[in-house]
Design a protein around this ligand. Structure first.
Ligand code: HEM
Ligand SMILES: [Cu+2]
Length: 541
């Protein structure tokens, strides 16, 4: 049964909303409206996603053949480094929080904006400055350290633009910190009357947990990258053993942030899935408190497992055992979420609209990503898998299969709210299926390649690995096409899409009670008063 209620285009009301209230360029670049800032972010992260995707394409083309015949070794190193830096720091980390979070957090808590609108705009400018530095690093010769910037190569030996690249990540880090700060204050201080903590949408809980990590973790990586820069410029001995430094110290500091950072990327995606699954199963979410607290548990335990990236560094075996155990522990809250989503679907009145298709994709791919994390978290197997394509595949399953799916899921769910217009459902479902199939064809072979021992970060490989690499490149073209489709039909829908009305999915939640697109201060008819939980759907399960 379809749950979409569409109003014909002629009924599109000629009213003032956040998009058309002012139309000058200055009104966009100086806006403090959280919704407009979300749109600024959407445009900028899409540009970076395209750039990161271009580099991914180059990597896959090079790996079509065993010989390094398209790119030489140095160029290949730069290509995968830029792919990683752009995708992680300039796409994945900001994507859901800065676009969907920015747009929705104030509305979902019943506030007219975030707590600090000007700081919110500052975050975007910092992101742009960081992004500008990254582009500058790219055109002045590129970087070749890998996105992990391991020392002493990065701090002493690399002859590429490491300083510019770490500065880029450093500045972008502050953008992320300020967004987190804004969310935390908003969620604490600006909830509508009646909106108690346990009536908050799970999307808000996920963003709250994410914000905690952003505030507690990002300063650590910022300082670490600053130290790399200092050592590089002034030869202060911090990480380079020749100068009396400790290279493994870098790995500790880097992963102390970067493991939690993977949860900065995935938690918001999980928040999206919790909203979408309950809406299209028309059922109260199963185990609300468990899902809410598992976000917090992930945020906390996520800080205790960084050593699983260092089993084969000089870390002691005892430390390795402890990190291994703790890593298994962090999989528990992730599994709780998957079980609870499944239980929410059970006996639900399920419908298969586009956002739901992306949500299914997320659950399937994230589960594979999470489970293979356990292979890597087990010390014995990780010694074999470390630095092979198995790791590459694992993190793409969680970050691309999980997070990017979650982002697309959220975009398809809230697009009508953001723009006031619908997009063609059938094509969107085709896109979801293409992304799912293309993704698996791209990355599943990489599990096998890694298992067979193909190392990551080389432009050449042994002849016997070619068949699986060809599969992977073929899959990547399908995946790329799957990502291109939404760009096309979303752009079409901006101009030609039928009017969506306030609540096309018959969803619960405050954001569906305001107009689409919402007015500048969200609640023209006064602040909402919340009298029930977030997911009061009728179906009993
Ligand atoms: C379900 C829980 C998870 C477990 C148990 C887990 C475990 C691991 C382990 C042990 C490694 C290190 C492998 C090695 O270098 O030898 C690893 C790598 C990685 N994981 Fe996970 N992981 C989990 C979830 C995630 C999530 C949710 C993300 C991202 C959204 C993620 C992203 C990454 C990345 C980016 C790397 C590789 C970093 C690099 O070396 O470049 N993981 N994971
Ligand atoms: Cu980790």
């Amino acid at each position: 049964m379809s749950t979409i209620a569409i109003t014909p285009e002629s009924a599109l009301p000629a009213r003032k909303h956040y998009l058309n209230i002012k139309t000058t360029l200055a009104s966009w670049l100086l806006t403090t409206d959280h919704k407009r800032i979300a749109i600024l972010y959407l445009i900028s992260i899409s540009v970076f996603f395209a750039a990161g995707g271009f580099f991914a394409g180059l990597i896959r083309l090079e790996l079509l053949t065993p010989k390094g015949d398209l790119l030489d070794g140095d160029t290949y190193n730069k290509v995968f480094t830029l792919h990683g830096i752009i995708m992680i720091f300039f796409f994945l980390i900001p994507s859901i929080p800065a676009v969907l979070g920015n747009f929705l957090v104030p509305i979902m808590v019943g506030a007219k904006d975030l707590a600090f609108p000007k700081i919110n705009l500052l975050s975007w400018y910092l992101y742009i400055i960081g992004g500008g530095l990254a582009v500058f690093a790219l055109i002045s010769g590129g970087v070749d350290t890998g996105w992990t910037f391991y020392t002493p190569y990065s701090s002493t030996y690399a002859r590429s633009e490491v300083f510019l690249a770490v500065s880029a990540a450093f500045v972008a880090g502050f953008s992320s910190i300020l967004t987190g700060l804004n969310f935390i204050v908003t969620i604490h201080k600006m909830r509508a009357p009646g909106l108690t903590w346990f009536r908050l949408p799970l999307f808000i809980w996920a963003h709250y947990a994410t914000s905690l990590i952003q505030i507690l973790g990002t300063p650590v990586v910022a300082i670490t990258l600053l130290l790399v820069g200092l050592e590089r410029l002034f030869h202060v001995g911090i990480f380079d053993p020749k100068l009396g430094g400790d290279p493994v110290l870098f790995q500790h500091l880097f992963w102390f942030y970067s493991h939690p950072a993977v949860y900065i990327m995935i938690l918001p995606g999980m928040g999206v899935i919790s909203e979408v699954i309950t809406c299209f199963a028309r059922k109260r979410v199963f185990g609300y408190e468990f899902i809410a607290f598992s976000s917090m548990a992930i945020a906390i335990i996520g800080f205790l497992v960084w050593g699983h990236h260092m089993f084969v560094s000089s870390q002691s075996t005892y430390a390795g055992i402890v990190f291994s155990l703790l890593t298994f522990l962090v999989a528990v809250p992730s599994a709780i979420k998957v079980f609870n989503w499944t239980a929410t679907l059970y006996k639900g009145e399920i419908s298969f609209e586009a956002p739901m298709m992306f949500a299914f994709g997320f659950i399937g791919l994230f589960t594979i990503g999470g489970l293979t994390g356990l292979f890597l978290g087990a010390m014995g197997t990780d010694v074999h898998f470390h630095d092979t394509y198995f790791v590459v595949s694992h993190f793409h399953y969680v970050m691309v299969g999980g997070m990017v799916m979650g982002f697309l899921c959220g975009m398809h769910f809230w697009w009508p709210k953001m723009t006031g217009r619908m997009y063609p459902q059938n094509i969107a479902i085709v896109a979801a299926v293409l992304v799912f199939i293309g993704f698996n064809f791209t990355f599943f072979p990489q599990f096998i390649l890694g298992y067979l021992g193909m190392p990551r970060r080389y432009h050449e490989y042994a002849q016997e690995f070619q068949m699986l690499n060809v599969m992977s490149t073929a899959g990547a073209s399908v995946l790329g096409f799957g990502y291109l489709l939404p760009v096309i039909y979303f752009t079409w829908s901006l101009f030609k899409g039928p009017a969506a009305g306030p609540n096309p999915w018959n969803a619960k939640g405050i954001e569906w009670q305001v107009q689409s697109p919402p007015p500048t201060f969200n609640f023209d008819e006064g602040r909402p008063i919340v009298v029930e939980e977030a997911y009061a759907y009728s179906t009993e399960g």
